[in-house]
Design a protein around this ligand. Structure first.
Ligand code: ZN
Ligand code: ZN
Length: 178
């Protein structure tokens, strides 16, 4: 079972959200606005500190999808869907073809995020693809990695760890040669 395009996008934004903890970049309402524009979060917003705090408050819990066993992941998905009162509906809007919304536009941002990420995680569980959630292999890097590559070859986060590892390997080869 292949992941749908919107499940992939949702999982990418989930990964960006949990990685915004290390270092913490989601510290202001403006930073949250940028995050929402970048990841195309439409729907109602309040643009205030309470909204920021509620989104920040999701991050540790959502990071629990990484390093968890399948049963644990399923329990978290079900809890999030229940709390968010998810009611899946097929919708088509803004040029996006049929996809699922399980909350309405008036639902607070943090709840909409919770439910959307939980829905995307359903797809990952059903595809038996939980090993796509990984950790960056860079030394001293705490970033979480989403590996959407076909051959599961991804080892590093987007923050430059792959480049640093290449440079270090190159220097080591030079030293051995010289
Ligand atoms: Zn939509
Ligand atoms: Zn890294």
């Amino acid at each position: 079972m292949d992941l749908t395009h919107d499940a992939k996008i949702s999982l990418q934004t989930l990964t960006a959200l949990v990685n915004s903890r290390t270092p913490d970049t989601l510290t202001t309402v403006e930073a949250l606005d940028e995050f929402c524009v970048r990841w195309q979060w439409s729907g109602s917003r309040t643009h205030d500190e309470a909204e920021l705090a509620s989104v920040r408050g999701l991050r540790d819990r959502l990071a629990g999808f990484w390093d968890a066993g399948e049963d644990e992941v399923v329990a978290l998905i079900n809890a999030l869907l229940l709390e968010g009162r998810a009611l899946p509906q097929l919708v088509r809007h803004d040029g996006f073809d049929w996809h699922i919304h399980a909350t309405d536009e008036q639902t607070p941002l943090a709840v909409r995020m919770t439910v959307e990420y939980a829905m995307a995680m359903i797809d990952l569980v059903r595809a038996k693809d939980l090993d796509r959630l990984d950790r960056c292999a860079g030394p001293d890097c705490d970033s979480l990695v989403l590996d959407l590559s076909r051959n599961r070859s991804r080892r590093f986060c987007d923050a430059g760890c792959g480049n640093r590892a290449n440079v270090a390997a190159y220097r080591a080869r030079r030293r051995e040669a010289g």
